[in-house]
Design a protein around this ligand. Structure first.
Ligand SMILES: C[S@@+](CC[C@H](N)C(=O)[O-])C[C@H]1O[C@@H](n2cnc3c(N)ncnc32)[C@H](O)[C@@H]1O
Length: 297
């Protein structure tokens, strides 16, 4: 076990660097131990396992690093905050750095920590592709990490999520990066509802990010399932897209492969879109579960 951990760390020699200190240190089968993942958050390590316990030899090797360690059970049904294992506990939120940007992370605010590290390269693309004065619509925005990536190079962002606490977190993330959130828009509510409303109002965005949960229910009880409904979501978003705009469409649904995802979107959208598949960051060496398509006219 010790050698697997060392090998995984050696494989990621280039991380952390001055720009990024949050990344995947160990990625399950990709690093030789299926069912175990380790993410680094500014030096603290979060160990996630499918089984209830961390294998003994690995736990010893992890403790010997002397780091702050937390443990999370990967369980769709019991979504709990990570448990403290060793090292100084993180009782307060803290800040991580990614692509030179700052984000608030918490080990005590629930199952997710405030940023999905598998989206790092997509946020890098957004930073590089954004020009000042353009507009971004970030749907299913969670803590607004995509909004930060677009706002820093000068976009006017609209951050949309069902949850007010996440929208507040998104505001704090903008502030952390020296951006006044009052110069940006925040919409609380259902993405489908807002997309219809924006389309009716003639609102158009240069970039739209779609990264929905695999399953969701709108306020009228209508169910959305990525496997069959993503096309409907993309078609609604297209009605709010500027003439030369780009949609970044993502899903981590393991039941949908990239070919099926691409087919759903090309069937739903008007002809003329160029569709490019984007890879996961290289520290994610295991199953490439995150599918990302960039759709541009
Ligand atoms: C998988 S996270 C999105 C991650 C985010 N795109 C990122 O990269 O940080 C899902 C988010 O969608 C929000 N959500 C779920 N159903 C929604 C809906 N129907 N409309 C708007 N937001 C929704 C949840 O509150 C949660 O913040």
């Amino acid at each position: 076990m010790r050698h697997l951990l060392q090998q995984a760390v050696d494989r990621r020699q280039s991380l952390p660097d001055g720009e990024t200190d949050a990344f995947r240190v160990f990625d399950g089968a990709g690093d030789g131990l299926d069912g175990l993942e380790i993410d680094a958050f500014a030096g603290r390590w979060l160990v996630s396992t499918r089984d209830a316990a961390i294998p003994g030899g690995m736990l010893d090797a992890l403790r010997d690093t002397g780091r702050t360690l937390y443990h999370k059970r990967l369980d769709q049904h019991q979504k709990e905050s990570p448990a403290h294992l060793s090292g100084p506990p993180c009782t307060e939120p803290f800040v991580i750095r990614e692509n030179g940007l700052l984000f608030e992370v918490s080990f005590s605010s629930g199952y997710s920590q405030g940023i999905f590290l598998d989206q790092r390269d997509n946020r890098r693309w957004l930073i590089d592709a954004t020009t000042p004065g353009t507009t971004l619509l970030n749907t299913f925005a969670y803590t607004g990490a995509f909004s930060v990536a677009a706002a820093v190079p000068g976009a006017i962002t609209t951050t949309l999520d069902l949850s007010q606490p996440y929208l507040d977190w998104a505001r704090r993330n903008l502030e952390l990066n020296g951006i006044d959130p009052d110069g940006h828009y925040f919409c609380k509510g259902d993405t489908f509802h807002w997309l219809r409303r924006f389309a009716k109002q003639g609102r158009r965005f240069d970039t739209i990010v779609l990264d929905p949960p695999t399953f969701s229910r709108d306020r009228d009880g209508r169910v959305f399932r990525v496997e069959k409904d993503y096309g409907r979501l993309a078609a609604l978003a297209e009605r709010c897209l500027a003439a030369d705009g780009t949609i970044l469409a993502c899903t981590n649904c393991r039941q949908l492969d990239v070919a099926g995802f691409r087919r759903q979107l090309s069937d739903a959208l008007p002809p003329g879109f160029r569709i490019e598949a984007l890879p996961m960051p290289p520290d994610f060496t295991g199953e490439p579960y995150l599918k990302s398509l960039r759709l541009s006219r």
